[in-house]
Design a protein around this ligand. Structure first.
Ligand code: URA
Length: 190
């Protein structure tokens, strides 16, 4: 079975089995999507209104900004894989609770292990702090960290969340600069 087929099967299973309570208040589960053979996986927070409606990650304004930043480093959405720590939209876009994050954690773990990327990019503090609770996004952004997660020691790059950067001009410039480090970091890892 190809990685692509295995990933489809994995999402089908978790869409039926995930115990996250948010499944009852949201329209649908939003699995990760993109290239199953990607070298980079982006992990965001949770689907917003547009993602909840369309069933696809990062398709709203934050997603548009993410696509622009990918283009700035000569990459397309199809080159990477984009997922969230929580697969269902929290009501009124509130922050996901630690219970909701842990209820969706096995789903995320299985998708990361299957794709097995060289680099995992955290989009925002929620995804970073689930794995590195001591880190502060204001200090950790743009700096590679390693940690034993998803079955082995892996490389992680924390970035500000594109939605936060959309509403704050200075964060936007920081995020754009941090984003430009990705190709160089990836070259060093391969
Ligand atoms: N913000 C996220 O963290 N994830 C999405 O899928 C959309 C917006």
């Amino acid at each position: 079975m190809s990685k692509d087929e295995a990933l489809k099967k994995l999402h089908k299973k978790w869409l039926q089995e995930c115990t996250c309570r948010l499944r009852y208040s949201s329209t649908q589960g939003v699995p990760g999507d993109g290239n199953a053979n990607a070298q980079i996986v982006f992990i965001g927070e949770a689907p917003g209104a547009k993602e909840d409606k369309d069933g696809r990650t990062f398709v709203g304004s934050a997603g548009k900004f993410l696509s622009e930043m990918l283009e700035s480093i000569k990459m397309k959405r199809d080159d990477v894989y984009i997922t969230n720590i929580v697969k269902y939209r929290p009501p009124e876009n509130r922050d996901p609770t630690s219970k909701e994050i842990s209820d969706c954690a096995k789903w995320l773990e299985e998708e990361i292990k299957l794709i097995d990327p060289a680099l995992i990019v955290f989009l925002g503090r929620h995804s970073m702090n689930h794995f590195f609770p001591e880190e502060k996004i204001s200090e950790a952004h743009g700096v590679l960290i390693t940690g034993n997660h998803f079955g082995r020691v892996r490389n992680f790059l924390p970035l500000y969340h594109p939605a936060a950067a959309l509403y704050n001009g200075s964060l936007r410039e920081v995020l754009k600069e941090d984003f430009k480090k990705i190709p160089r970091l990836l070259n060093g890892l391969e």
